[in-house]
Design a protein around this ligand. Structure first.
Ligand code: NOJ
Length: 518
C-alpha cells in the first residue's frame, strides 16, 4: 500500500515537473556562446574605505554626509568594504560562474582632486581588482563616471555645468585607458547620463542637488530650465572626446570598446489615441533620444529643439561630427514600465520642459503579491525597448547593464520575487535575440546589497545579503544567487523554484500591450 502511494506521488511530481519544467524552463544554451552574463556594482555603493589611502570626497560623499536630501539615512563610508574584501568577492563571482563584473572607478580615489597627480594607492587597488578578476576568468566591464564626481571639480567650476569638465574627464579617462586598458576591454564613460542630468539638475533630488529654488525647497542654486541640457551636452562632448582619444591612441593595441549608459523604461500609450501615441514618442525622445539621437545622427531630436528652444545648446558642425558615431555599444539599465498619457494641463511650471505635458503611471500588471517596494515585472517591455532602439537608431551592440528587483533589505533570503524577476527578464532577452536583437550581455543589478543611491541601506537589490550592522559584513547568498548560479552552470533548477516561477508566468497574456507599444 505504502509503495503504491509512493509511486503515485512520484508520478504526480513527475507530471508537474514535466509540465512546468517544459513550459517555463530557461536554459543558458538559448544564448550565443559569447553572450556575457555578469553582475554590476558601482564604486560609491560598495567600495567603502571612503577616507582611506588618499581618496578624497566625491559629490556623493558630500550629499550623504549632509543627509541625502532628507530622503534616507546612511553613507558609503564603509558600504560593503569591497576595497578590502575584493578577493573574497571575486571568489564568490567565480563560484557563481559569472563571465563578467561591471564596476566603476572612483575618480577621486584614482585622482583625488579630479585632475593632477594620481594616487598610487588608488592605482594599486584598481590594478589588484582587475588582476584578480582576470585571473579568475572574469571580464572587467568598467564605468568611469557612476555619478561620483570629485568634489574638488564641483567646487572649482561647478562640475558638469562647466565646459572645463570635458578636458578633465578626458584626461581622467586617459589615465584609465593607459593604466588598465591592457586588461579592460569594455569602457562605459557615463552611467545613466539622462538620470544624472534630470535628477541632479532638474529635480535636485540627487547630487549635486541643483535645480530652480522656486521649484524645490531643497535646492539653493541651479536652473532647472537650462542646466539639465547643459550637463547632458557636456556629457556627450566628454564621452566623444574620450572615445576619440581611445580610438586614436589605444584601440590599435588594446582592441577595446567604448560605450555610454542610459536608463530607460518601457513606455506604452495609455490609450490608442494619437495624443497618447505621440506623447509616448515624445517621452522616449526626451528620455533616450536626448543622447541616442546625437550619437546616431549628430543632433538632438527635433521635438527637444522645438520645446526647449534656445535653452538646449546647439552642436557646432565639428562637435556634431565628434559625437556622431562615438559609441561602440549602448549600456541600458531597465527596471520597469509606465503607461503614458498626454496631459496638456500639466504644463504649469514654466520652462521646465523635460518630459513636459505628459503623465506617467506605473504599469501594474502582475498577478502576484508584490510588496509596495517591489517593482512590477514587465519583461515584454524590455523586448519592445530593444526593438525600438534598433528601429530608431540602428542595430548597434547593447549590454543590459542593470536589471534587478528591489526589496526591503531585511526581507527574507528566500527572495522569490527577485528570482521571478530575473527569470522573466533573461527569458525576454532570449526572445529578443531570436527576433534579431543585437544584445550582447546581461548584468544583474546588484551583485551585493550596497548603499542604494535612491534608498540607502533600507533598500536592496543584491544577490548577496549583507547586514551592515554586523561588522563582519558577511556575504550571505540569497535564493536569487543560487538560482543565477544554477542557470549559469546549466544545473537543473530546484523543482520548487521551477514550480514557483511557473505559477506566476507572465509572458503569454499581454499581447495587447505589445501591440500598443509598437
Ligand atoms: C541605477 C543606478 O545606476 C544604480 O546606481 C542604482 O543603485 C540603481 N539604479 C537602482 O536604483
Amino acid at each position: 500500500m505504502v509503495l503504491i502511494q509512493l509511486l503515485a506521488a512520484t508520478l504526480v511530481l513527475l507530471i508537474i515537473l514535466l509540465h512546468f519544467g517544459n513550459a517555463y524552463s530557461l536554459s543558458r544554451d538559448e544564448f550565443p556562446s559569447d553572450f556575457v552574463f555578469g553582475a554590476s556594482t558601482s564604486a560609491y555603493q560598495v567600495e567603502g574605505a571612503a577616507n582611506k589611502d588618499g581618496r578624497k570626497p566625491s559629490i556623493w560623499d558630500t550629499f550623504s554626509h549632509s543627509g541625502n536630501g532628507h530622503m534616507y539615512k546612511g553613507n558609503g563610508d564603509i558600504a560593503c568594504d569591497q576595497y578590502h574584501k575584493y578577493k573574497e568577492d571575486v571568489q564568490l563571482m567565480a563560484n557563481m560562474g559569472l563571465d563578467a563584473y561591471r564596476f566603476s572607478i572612483s575618480w577621486s580615489r584614482l585622482i583625488p582632486d579630479g585632475k593632477g597627480p594620481i594616487n598610487p594607492k588608488g592605482l594599486e587597488y584598481y590594478n589588484n581588482l582587475t588582476n584578480e578578476l582576470i585571473s579568475h576568468g572574469i571580464q572587467p566591464h568598467v564605468t568611469l563616471h557612476h555619478w561620483d564626481l570629485p568634489q574638488k571639480l564641483e567646487d572649482e567650476y561647478g562640475g558638469w555645468v562647466n565646459r572645463s569638465i570635458v578636458k578633465d574627464f578626458t584626461a581622467y579617462a586617459e589615465v584609465c585607458f593607459r593604466e588598465f586598458g591592457d586588461r579592460v576591454k569594455y569602457w562605459t564613460t557615463v552611467n545613466e547620463g539622462n538620470v544624472y542630468a534630470s535628477f541632479g539638475y532638474d529635480l535636485g533630488m540627487l547630487p549635486p542637488q541643483r535645480c530652480s529654488p522656486s521649484f524645490q525647497a531643497n535646492c539653493s542654486r541651479g536652473n532647472s530650465s537650462t542646466e539639465p541640457y547643459l550637463v547632458a551636452h557636456h556629457m556627450l562632448l566628454a564621452h566623444a572626446s574620450a572615445a576619440r582619444l581611445y580610438r586614436k591612441k589605444y584601440k590599435g593595441t588594446q582592441h577595446g570598446f567604448i560605450g555610454f549608459n542610459l536608463l530607460t523604461f518601457g513606455f506604452v500609450p495609455l490609450t490608442n489615441t494619437s495624443e497618447d501615441i505621440i506623447a509616448t514618442q515624445r517621452v522616449q525622445d526626451f528620455m533616450i533620444g536626448w543622447f541616442l539621437n546625437p550619437f546616431t545622427f549628430g543632433d538632438y531630436p527635433d521635438i527637444m529643439k522645438k520645446n526647449a528652444g534656445s535653452r538646449i545648446p546647439s552642436f557646432t558642425k565639428k562637435e556634431s561630427n565628434l559625437v556622431k558615431g562615438s559609441i561602440d555599444f549602448l549600456g541600458i539599465n531597465f527596471y520597469f514600465s509606465f503607461y503614458v498619457k498626454n496631459s496638456p494641463a500639466i504644463q504649469q511650471i514654466k520652462d521646465r520642459d523635460y518630459m513636459e505635458d505628459i503623465e506617467v503611471e506605473t504599469i501594474q500588471l502582475t498577478t502576484n503579491d508584490t510588496s509596495p517596494f517591489e517593482v512590477p515585472i514587465t519583461p515584454w517591455m524590455l523586448q519592445c525597448v530593444l526593438d525600438s532602439v534598433k528601429k530608431d537608431y540602428g542595430n548597434f551592440p547593447i549590454y543590459i547593464h542593470e536589471n534587478g528587483q528591489q526589496t526591503l533589505s531585511n526581507s527574507s533570503l528566500d527572495d522569490w520575487s527577485r528570482v521571478k524577476y530575473l527569470h522573466e527578464y533573461i527569458g525576454a532577452m532570449a526572445n529578443a535575440l531570436r527576433s534579431g536583437s543585437n544584445v550582447k550581455g546581461y548584468f544583474v543589478w546588484c551583485f551585493l546589497d550596497g548603499f542604494e543611491l535612491l534608498g540607502g541601506y533600507e533598500m536592496s537589490y543584491g544577490l548577496y545579503y549583507i547586514n551592515v550592522k554586523d561588522p563582519s559584513l558577511k556575504r550571505q547568498p540569497k535564493l536569487s544567487a543560487k538560482w543565477y548560479t544554477n542557470f549559469l552552470k546549466r544545473k537543473p533548477m530546484d523543482p520548487k523554484v521551477t514550480i514557483e516561477i511557473g505559477k506566476n508566468q507572465l509572458f503569454p497574456s499581454h499581447a495587447s500591450l505589445l501591440d500598443n507599444a509598437k
